[in-house]
Each structure stands twice: as structure tokens, then as C-alpha cells.
Design a protein around this ligand. Structure first.
Ligand code: FES
Ligand code: FES
Length: 176
């Protein structure tokens, strides 16, 4: 994808409305501003991490209408009217999302840089595949890179997350 999506917004750009974590934000956005830069630089949401900037590592993953997307290659002005969710919007400190809880339970982190992408990719996977096989988990996460080699723990965390999600649904809680 073009590197031109990586510049920040410009003050003389047209105003656009972004819906992020349930809140509306009115921002001047140039056509070139990437969603990742707007989230991090303008809205101070540092869940999405800057890895490759080329759509290849998954560190910058967010959910757009519940589906995982790489925010470094998404033009911010193109997602007006869509529901954007970052890691910050997933759960609260006092009530973690089951996927967050599962990653903590399995201690599926070393440096943690990849976890934003791993967690949101898992949320996206479990939304349409609630009982994934290990092969399906590996396939879903195959484009998300972990330089620390924590893959075994991450796969265990995804399996645990699926169980926790089922438990919450059975108790009448909506984990979304
Ligand atoms: S920073 Fe977006 S995919 Fe690597
Ligand atoms: S835990 Fe360090 S990159 Fe995955």
C-alpha cells in the first residue's frame, strides 16, 4: 500500500467525523492521513502500535465494524460512519474482555509489542468462528508477527479465550 497514507492530518483539511470506541470525534483530516496516525497522534490512543507501516506485521490492528483491519494502511477519511474499536475500547481495567483475560491468564507476552494485534485479531476470529481449531487459529494469526517467539502461549490464550467467551454467553453476559 502507498506510503502516502502515513502522513498526519493537516489543519486546513476538511472536517471528518470518526466514531472511535463509541465516541464521535470531529477532526480535520487530509486524504493521506492514516487511521493509525490519527488514532495515536490526534486521539492519544496508543493501543495500535507502529510496526512496519506497510500492512505486513499486524501491530497496528483495530476493529472496523467488528472486523480486524490494519490501521497503518487505512485512510482515516475513508472510515467515516464506521465503528472503529481500538484495544482501549475492548474492556475496562475492572472488567476485562475475555480475550484480554485469556492472554493474561496464559502469560502470552514477553515485550508485548505484538499483543494489540494478536488480541484484536483473536476478537475478530472468535466473532465468526467461536470454536476455532488450532489450524484455524494459526491461519488467522499467521499475518501477525511476534518477534519474541511467544506463539505457543498465544495459541493457548486464543483457545482459553474461546472457552471464556462461551462461559460469559452462558451466564448472559455480552463479551463484545
Ligand atoms: S504497522 Fe500496520 S501492519 Fe505493520
Ligand atoms: S511478545 Fe514481543 S513481539 Fe510478541
Amino acid at each position: 500500500m502507498s506510503a502516502s497514507f502515513r502522513s498526519s492530518r493537516q489543519l486546513n483539511s476538511p472536517l471528518c467525523t470518526l466514531q472511535v470506541n463509541g465516541e464521535q470525534h470531529l477532526l480535520p483530516l487530509s486524504d493521506e492521513a492514516s487511521l493509525m496516525h490519527v488514532l495515536r497522534n490526534d486521539l492519544s490512543l496508543n493501543g495500535p502500535k507502529y510496526g512496519c507501516g506497510l500492512g505486513q506485521c499486524g501491530a497496528c490492528t483495530v476493529l472496523i465494524d467488528g472486523v480486524a483491519a490494519r490501521s497503518c494502511v487505512v485512510p482515516a477519511s475513508g472510515v467515516q460512519g464506521r465503528a472503529i474499536t481500538t484495544l482501549e475500547g475492548l474492556g475496562a481495567r475492572e472488567r476485562l474482555h475475555p480475550v484480554q483475560q485469556a492472554f493474561i491468564d496464559e502469560q502470552a507476552a514477553q515485550c508485548g509489542y505484538c499483543l494489540n494485534g494478536m488480541i484484536l485479531m483473536t476478537v475478530s476470529l472468535l466473532a465468526h468462528t467461536p470454536d476455532p481449531t488450532e489450524a484455524e487459529i494459526r491461519s488467522a494469526l499467521s499475518g501477525n508477527f511476534c518477534r519474541c517467539g511467544t506463539h505457543v502461549e498465544i495459541i493457548r490464550a486464543v483457545k482459553r479465550a474461546a472457552v471464556l467467551m462461551h462461559t460469559q454467553v452462558e451466564r448472559g453476559h455480552d463479551p463484545a
